[in-house]
Write a protein that binds this ligand. Structure first.
Ligand SMILES: [Zn+2]
Length: 268
């Protein structure tokens, strides 16, 4: 099993770069979630963890600590650039303290070739920098800057769902080649379903928030999803979404163990 840690930059109170009605935190989260989805669906010997899957604030230190504690095989940070409105294009980084024969550099050569392929962005090349997430990670680490959000033509691309999907697919192609991932065969295909674990549904928001606090005291993360059923507003406490039913069931058991009635809903 290879462990891939995906780090969509910024989030929560930190929007990252902004321009042309876009926020970097939203663009990179969308790309990272798609990378996870494609990797999980198409490759069998890979596990994925993300520094965030929603719009939350997280320090750089938390991000690298999590990846180090998990013993990831590869750390991939996804960003968009901004400068003076005129600068544009794609570039990527490894830590400035590394030689060109390091594992990070070798992986990066593959990532750079795959990601820059056919994405309609000018290629600004392979770079090195002393960024926290590249320096403080104990495994090979890579950071992509997928266009300039303050540049008119780059931002126009970022607004296209098909372009974000292409960027995600190209990251996947690079990761699969670098880590020599095995493609799923026909008999071992994953379904496209998503299994959401729901730990309670409340009309009162306060009750939903109480449920989230209770889960948190047991180390279980959850958030509120608001839905409308027959004209009434409900606050659904969602704890985890899985593409594998077994993982969803294991998570459900964890929640039931602390005395909460939970259930799974399937989206396909
Ligand atoms: Zn950034």
């Amino acid at each position: 099993m290879k462990r891939v840690f995906l780090d969509p930059g910024h989030g929560g109170s930190d929007p990252g770069a902004v321009g042309h009605g876009l926020k970097e935190k939203d663009v990179v989260l969308d790309i990272a979630l798609q990378i996870r989805h494609i990797l999980d669906k198409e490759y069998e010997n890979v596990e994925i963890q993300m520094s965030r899957t929603t719009d939350i604030s997280k320090s750089l230190r938390q991000r690298t600590n999590e990846a180090n504690a998990w013993n990831a095989n590869y750390f991939i940070s996804i960003h968009c650039n901004a400068f003076n409105g005129k600068a544009k294009g794609y570039e990527d980084f490894i830590f400035s303290g590394l030689s060109d024969s390091s594992q990070s550099a070798k992986y990066r050569n593959i990532m750079h070739r795959e990601i820059s392929n056919g994405i309609a962005l000018q290629n600004r090349g392979k770079k090195k920098a002393n960024f926290h997430v590249l320096r403080e990670t104990s495994m090979p680490a890579f950071l992509s800057e997928n266009g300039f959000i303050d540049n008119h033509s780059d931002a126009a691309l970022m607004k296209q769902a098909s372009w974000r999907k292409k960027i995600a697919q190209n990251h996947v192609n690079g990761i699969a080649k670098a880590l020599q991932l095995k493609k799923r065969t026909n008999g071992n295909q994953k379904s496209d379903s998503l299994y959401k674990v729901i730990a309670g549904s409340f009309q009162s928001k306060e009750k939903a928030l109480n449920r989230i606090s209770f889960l948190k005291t047991h180390g279980i993360e959850a958030f509120i999803e608001t839905i409308t059923l027959s004209g009434a507003k409900w606050h659904r406490v969602q704890s985890g979404a899985f593409s594998n039913r077994k993982n969803a069931e294991a998570h459900l058991k964890r929640i039931e163990k602390i005395g909460i009635d939970a259930f799974i809903i399937v989206l396909s």
